[in-house]
Ligand binder design. Structure first.
Ligand code: PGA
Length: 238
């Protein structure tokens, strides 16, 4: 893993955005794996201001909540349109997210077929959960898993309840790209900011490798750029 640590979250977000911009400029037909969450808001804000055309790119998002349709304000379809896709020139038929509606198992299987058709992903963007999850691959997820339906852990439901009216509104399940699919990406950029992520970053980078910490799987990947602010890097012995 290659670590770059910045003084502020904003500087980390801009640097991660620059890595994506460089990938797209070098290879305009890149397949990009997109991520959601609070951490990515600053990155999308920076990226959409950069002079980059996404016209020929294809995008695969990591995950979607089961039960939320594309127009639900907390769905990841809605997040991506609102914060990024509506502001760039990507073709509508090049945007892929797992469906949160219908049969979740079928949605996962269909997404897996699309990934097989258009993958591998050239650059996968990742955040990290406080419990070490990547995508919605919660502790215990297999390192070779494909797209699947997963139950959200209590930690994740509590962390994500800040985006909903209350905790009971947070969906209990999601469809997520599996760790196996994430590890197939040619390059991975993981962005984490804030003291709330410091323990998870430490566990990912320096703890034992195992299913109890999904992000520790990334240590088996040859090309991972970890972009942090100082608060998220605080527990590392770098
Ligand atoms: P966050 O989520 O950016 O909202 O903290 C990151 C994640 O859960 O992967």
């Amino acid at each position: 893993m290659n670590f770059t640590v910045f003084d502020t979250p904003n500087a980390a977000e801009i640097y991660a955005a620059e890595l994506i911009a460089a990938q797209v400029q070098l290879q305009p037909e890149s397949v990009i794996g997109w991520a959601t969450g609070g951490t990515m808001l600053g990155l999308y804000d920076a990226l959409r201001r950069m002079d980059v055309s996404f016209k020929q790119t294809r995008g695969f998002n990591l995950d979607e909540y089961v039960g939320l349709g594309p127009d639900h304000p907390q769905s990841y379809h809605h997040y991506m349109r609102n914060h990024f896709f509506d502001h760039i020139d990507i073709a509508a038929d090049h945007i892929h997210l797992p469906s949160g509606l219908g049969n979740p198992q079928e949605s996962a299987a269909q997404y897996e077929r699309l990934l097989a058709q258009y993958g591998p992903i050239d650059l996968q963007l990742l955040g990290i959960g406080q419990n070490g999850h990547i995508g919605f691959n919660e502790p215990g997820a297999a390192f070779d898993g494909g797209t699947q339906v997963t139950a959200l852990s209590d930690t994740t439901i509590a962390a994500n309840s800040r985006f909903f009216d209350d905790k009971t509104q947070v969906p209990k399940d999601a469809v997520t790209m599996g760790i196996g699919a994430i590890l197939k990406a040619r390059k991975i950029v993981l962005l984490a900011c804030g003291s709330v992520k410091a323990d998870a970053v430490k566990a990912m980078a320096e703890g034992p490798i195992g299913r109890f910490c999904p992000a520790s799987s990334l240590r088996g990947h040859p090309n991972v750029a970890v972009v942090l602010d100082q608060a998220a890097a605080a527990h590392l012995s770098l």
